[in-house]
Design a protein around this ligand. Structure first.
Ligand code: ADP
Ligand code: MG
Length: 286
């Protein structure tokens, strides 16, 4: 099983859109996928048509109460499930403040209940608090969506330091596995500049021993596509809402690359450490 957390402490960069539609694309290709919604705004749950009402179990009861992942899980299709969130989750930060071992609650609960899945995908809130910390201790891979934007890489070093600290203290298997550009507008100067910046950044890291030294820059760019912005309000993934759109095409291609990463990851299990994956930027080749 692969487990990945979609993380960026900035809001509005495409985390939820990526978590939901990557999950749906993998599920469409026959992978059994479970999304864990860790954002109190519950956008991933709503995107999949789920609105948690009173009395229903959600990720909040899993983290702050006695509920199991299985109690809260909702099966959307045969291959796609979600553990939904709602606004109650906003209280988790405070409620867990005095709790010993609060960073590993999710890890321990996921370990009990997720054997039947090929992928766990965690949609994180735009902060580095206890919810994101729970995600980082529970997964092996971090996915970083970036929006081509002036300052796109700003704050990245803090995120990477956090990942490194969690890897050192709590989760030695953790690594940054990939960076994906979202809301991409090809031909713009900004897109080219951010692409170049990410390339340079990753090229620097490959010479250092860090949790991000083997990170891959996905060749698939998620283009700006209005269908992706419309789909959530219908409670549908892009594959239900507009299966022939550019958005669907891009997330299918990303899923293909993600499945490709697996073979590289499997190779590394035979070696001593993760072999750095090839940087695959189009700008770099140009
Ligand atoms: P985050 O989870 O990082 O806050 P979202 O995935 O919710 O970001 O995206 C922010 C907004 O941008 C949402 O309204 C979403 O529908 C929209 N959006 C995301 N990706 C795209 C895209 N490729 N094209 C157009 N709109 C997008
Ligand atoms: Mg979000």
């Amino acid at each position: 099983m692969r487990s990945l957390a979609v993380i960026n402490q900035k809001g509005g960069v495409g985390k939820t859109t990526t978590a939901v539609n990557l999950a749906a694309a993998l599920a469409e290709q026959g992978q059994r996928v479970c999304i864990i919604d860790l954002d109190p705004q519950a956008h991933a749950s709503l995107h999949l048509g789920l609105s948690v009402v009173g009395g229903q179990t959600s990720i909040y009861e899993v983290l702050c109460g006695d509920a199991s992942i299985a109690d809260a899980r909702v099966d959307i299709t045969e291959t796609l499930s979600v553990v939904p969130a709602n606004l109650d989750l906003a209280a988790a930060e405070m409620e867990l403040a005095g709790e010993v071992g609060r960073e590993v609650i999710l890890r321990d609960k996921l370990a009990l209940d997720t054997a039947e899945f090929d992928f766990l995908i965690l949609d994180c809130p735009p902060s580095l608090g206890v919810l994101t910390l729970n995600a980082l201790t529970a997964v092996e891979e971090v996915f970083l969506p970036l929006q081509p934007h002036f300052l796109a890489l700003h704050g990245l070093s803090k995120l990477l330091k956090t990942i490194q600290v969690v890897a050192k203290r709590l989760n030695p298997r953790l690594r940054l596995s990939g960076i994906v550009l979202c809301m991409y507008e090809s031909g713009t100067r900004l897109a080219a500049e951010v692409t170049r910046d990410v390339d340079e950044f990753l090229a620097q890291q490959t010479h250092q021993q860090g949790v991000w030294s083997g990170a891959r820059f996905f060749q698939t760019r998620i283009r700006r596509n209005i269908r992706l912005a419309e789909a959530p309000s219908f409670g549908q993934s892009i594959f239900q809402y507009a299966p022939n759109s550019n958005g669907a095409e891009d997330y299918r291609a990303l899923a293909g690359e993600v499945l490709g990463v697996e073979s590289a990851a499997v190779d590394t299990t035979t070696g001593e450490q993760h072999a750095p994956l090839q940087l695959t930027s189009t700008a770099r080749a140009a």
